[in-house]
Design a protein. Structure first.
Length: 159
């Protein structure tokens, strides 16, 4: 099963669902697809199981049993996938499509991608090649920079 998560942003992200739907119809994706769609839960598909939001323990069960995760570029969603040692493909929500208020998800995805933690894409048309690469993708084990960030914040406060 492939889990797709669009997060809790109060804007739709149907552009990603349209592309996944196309890839299912073209048999690029042959596994079951389950989608946590949030505000895009009214998306109609006979090929994907779609729900809005569920309890954290139910979500954790889905993520622990998925073969890989396709997610928007939210830090929480990416980190959850990495926490469960899942291979992650991340697609940014973009301001020009009214999917977010700015394009900060592009930078988030680029950072995780450049570090080797995920397959990050910048254009929705790249998702097919990302899915074809995911089987052989060997993600780097995630190591948090939380302590470094906290130290920097503390230093700024002390100044």
């Amino acid at each position: 099963m492939i889990l797709v998560t669009l997060g809790t942003q109060d804007k739709k992200f149907t552009r990603l669902l349209d592309e996944i739907e196309r890839l299912i119809k073209e048999k690029v994706i042959q596994e079951e697809v389950v989608v946590q769609a949030g505000y895009s839960s009214d998306y109609k598909s006979s090929n994907m199981k779609i729900f809005d939001l569920i309890a954290k323990d139910e979500f954790d069960k889905l993520i622990s049993s998925c073969s890989f995760l396709i997610t928007h570029g939210g830090v929480g969603s990416i980190l959850t996938g990495l926490k469960y040692n899942k291979k992650v493909i991340a697609v940014p929500r973009l301001k020009e499509y009214k999917e977010h208020v700015n394009n900060h998800q592009v930078q988030i995805i680029n950072n995780f991608h450049e570090e080797g933690y995920i397959i990050g894409i910048s254009d929705i048309n790249e998702i097919e090649s990302a899915i074809l690469k995911i089987k052989d993708f060997k993600p780097k084990k995630f190591k948090s920079n939380k302590e470094k960030a906290l130290k920097l914040v503390q230093e700024l406060i002390e100044k």
